[in-house]
Design a protein around this ligand. Sequence first.
Ligand code: FAD
Length: 478
Amino acid sequence: MRFDSDVAIIGGGPAGSIAAARLSGLGFRTTVFDATGLKKRHRAESLTWQGHRFLRFIEMTEGIEESIIQETTGATIRWANETHERHVTAIQVDRGQFDAALLRFAKSQGAVVSELARVRKVRPQKAGERGGWILTVDTERTTVDHHTRFLVDATGARDLLGHGRTLIRPRTIALIGTHRVDAPGATTFIEATKNSWCWLAPAGQRKMMFAAFVDPLKRGSRNKRDLAQHYFANLVECKFASRLCDAPIAKPVACLVNASRSNQVVGDDWIKVGSSAISYDPLSSQGLHCAMVSGFQAAAVVNTIHAGGNARLAQDFYTKQVYRSADLHKRNTGRLYSDHAKVCPTSFWLSRETRKDAGSQPDLEPSLDFSEKLWIGGRVSFRECAALANDKIVSEVGMCLEQQEPITRFGGTPITEFTRHVDGSRSGKELISVWSRQTSRHDAEQLFRYLVQHRAIVPHKTHVSSSLASMHTRRKNE
Ligand SMILES: Cc1cc2nc3c(=O)[nH]c(=O)nc-3n(C[C@H](O)[C@H](O)[C@H](O)COP(=O)(O)OP(=O)(O)OC[C@H]3O[C@@H](n4cnc5c(N)ncnc54)[C@H](O)[C@@H]3O)c2cc1C
């Protein structure tokens, strides 16, 4: 049997493009089929600093500058009857240009990109034909069959391969419009209203995007006029939106933004990446970053399976990543919904809260001037876990925090290279300074914030530092 590709990727969004770039770089003959290709919709989305850092880490920067609409330096949040400012840097990207840049990156690494090519059907090769898949692809002019050994489903929340999905939150839609404003500024705004939460963000020169996240509209009220009415009803409720004086530039649109995960994410010759595996509640602004990371992880899983590594370890690693991420996401966003449900107990908020987890982890805002000497916290343990290293899934020492994903590496460097400096001899300032030799100062500060927020490093001695020491000694002796 002759295969047209080693790996066929269906979908050229952020997840599919990163998987394609990585797999091509590793020498796999990779083909991407994308129904929309470079003619994508131009919508503004927020890329977190972690997402931006990830692109730098994989040395993918070309074309990203052009897709940046604006850098945002903070968010003003009105939630649970309180207003506060958060210092969070992010960039607003034009999704059309952002996705096009990522697809070009995949091409530059050797992937074949078939644009305006919709995969209509996938079926496994018949038994006796040594595995693999046959894809039926509709292009602009013709329909062709494509034979591949391995399949990557990157079709977004449509999830072409099926297997059923579990909802993380009740079904939600976004009503979206763009307005002209005099000065969009560099801040995004988030506001909880009675039956929705709203997001306002700069969307290019003298433009702002408004999105209201609401329960799905009832049947029979989904025509354009009703949709526009719902849009304006939500806009009027949102106090931050009072700055939008004019009507939207084009008619508002509605799209599904359900947070859900697939019930099966990887098999012996297929894997789901990005929203196809897990789609996030937009409240977290995590979707883009996580989609790209899952493309990167999936490439390592495929590489492990095909390079004779531990295929079972690789599949378990990937499944756990997705399931754990879904659980964490449910808990963290559920807590936010619970906060507002306490002051606004409408069905929108009550149906989204996650009561039993509410308030389990207070949000510390750590000062970077932490002058006390710091230790590893009692919530931490270090143990062997499956990790991604050098494009393979291997077993490595990880830092395990209660209810969080184990951290094995930070920016490609083993996490123990950072934590070994936390031994009671250094203050926060000193730690950041030492860590800055291994990563950028910005990333060192972010890691510090994260670890303090999760009480992984604390200003008093705990028993865990010794378990870390013994782990280091064991590793050295091995
Ligand atoms: C309204 C809205 C606002 C959002 N805002 C943010 C935000 O501010 N920040 C953030 O981080 N995330 C945001 N997200 C989430 C983010 O858009 C997704 O997480 C991200 O797009 C997932 O990337 P992906 O590659 O998995 O899928 P997608 O981006 O959905 O890409 C899937 C690709 O597959 C193609 N495709 C589908 N079916 C086929 C087929 N049969 N054959 C060939 N090609 C096919 C599609 O054309 C598409 O190009 C938002 C989502 C929505 C809906």
